[in-house]
Design a protein around this ligand. Structure first.
Ligand code: HEC
Ligand code: HEC
Length: 287
């Protein structure tokens, strides 16, 4: 991993207080991640071909965190997110809706869904659209359980996603971007490189051009989503992918898209594909 600070290439540097910070805890950027002494994660690898000319290597957000934060993700006993995985598991086994159906009634256990997280979002043939994991879960909730949809970033939804991620940990992210998903993916790519807000910043301004640098006291990562949902020490709860997207766009003082909007669904597919080759880490721990 590069150790030299790159020249800052952002326009409104002063406004964002983007500067190397002396007070920041150092991170061990070269550390390897094995969870529970058995799940070996790929936290750095060659960038997927579609990033040619943009990035040579991709890195998990874990590599940019402080040693203390990194350590919390190395063992489920120390990972505060695992509490929410337990809640997700309880919900998985609970009857919901008028038919008294539970997820477990059809899917037996979460482990039977262990292949899911690494390949979502994905094209859904029947619906003729790209589906995120959130949408897939709500499809089961509304159409197969006849229950009310769960809120996009509601506790129950994010807990179920944490559960389904946790059983997929260690699997290599492999989101398909060709075929019918291509158009949505291209829309996501366009959003990723669009400059928003009075600061005129795109996702790429921070996560492609300036990763490895510090913004205020925060060590900028590549903004990967293989670790979602993430438990953030800052708000002491699980955070969904779209709530993170919203927060990042808001920080550029721009109007943001809604969670679950077509724009964020396209962006999620695109950002997920930038992590093809890393491993599923969710639920991860971040500051
Ligand atoms: C009445 C049966 C039924 C119930 C209840 C049900 N599902 Fe499903 N689920 C299905 C079927 C059928 C599919 C589509 C076939 C498949 O891909 O396995 C599916 C697909 C899925 C998938 C995608 C699987 C894949 O390989 O892409 C996920 C994730 C999922 N369900 C999660 C849940 C969760 C979480 C719940 C509880 C909130 C739930 N399901 C409740 C029947 C059900
Ligand atoms: C002004 C700089 C800035 C911009 C622009 C920005 N982000 Fe971020 N983003 C951050 C900071 C700071 C963090 C927290 C530290 C980190 O993980 O990089 C963060 C974190 C993230 C994370 C969490 C990564 C992890 O491993 O937990 C994701 C995902 C993300 N950003 C996606 C995006 C997307 C998508 C966009 C464009 C819509 C965007 N960001 C725009 C500054 C920015």
């Amino acid at each position: 991993m590069k150790t030299m600070k790159k020249a800052l290439a952002l326009g409104s540097v002063a406004a964002m207080a983007l500067a190397a910070s002396a007070v920041t805890l150092s991170a061990d950027e070269d550390a390897d991640l094995t969870v529970n002494g058995e799940i070996e994660m790929i936290v750095r690898t060659n960038a997927p071909d579609h990033l040619d000319g943009h990035l040579d290597m991709i890195y998990s957000g874990w590599t940019f965190r402080s040693n203390e934060t990194q350590a919390m993700q190395m063992d489920d006993f120390d990972n505060p997110a695992m509490l929410f995985v337990e809640q997700g598991e309880a919900l998985f086994n609970t009857a919901m809706g008028p038919d008294g159906a539970s997820c477990a009634g059809c899917h037996e256990n979460a482990e039977s869904l262990s292949d899911v997280r690494a390949v979502y979002p994905q094209w859904d043939e029947e619906r003729g659209e790209v589906q995120t994991l959130t949408m897939q879960i709500n499809e089961c909730v509304t159409e197969r359980m006849n229950a009310e949809p769960l809120g996009w970033s509601s506790r129950d939804m994010v807990n179920l996603e944490a559960l389904i991620s946790s059983v997929g940990r260690g699997q290599v992210v492999n989101v398909a971007i060709d075929g019918p998903a291509r158009e949505t993916w291209e829309r996501g790519r366009e959003i990723y490189y669009t400059e928003y807000g009075i600061l005129e910043m795109s996702c790429a301004s921070c996560h492609e051009v300036n990763y490895g640098n510090y913004i205020r006291a925060d060590h900028l990562s590549q903004g990967q989503i293989n670790g979602f949902p993430t438990y953030r020490l800052k708000n002491a709860r699980l955070n969904s992918t779209h709530s993170r997207f919203r927060g990042c766009i808001r920080d550029t003082r721009a109007h943001t898209f809604a969670e679950g909007s077509p724009e964020f669904i396209a962006l999620e597919l695109y950002v997920a594909s930038r992590g093809n080759g890393l491993t599923v880490e969710g639920p991860s721990v971040r500051n």
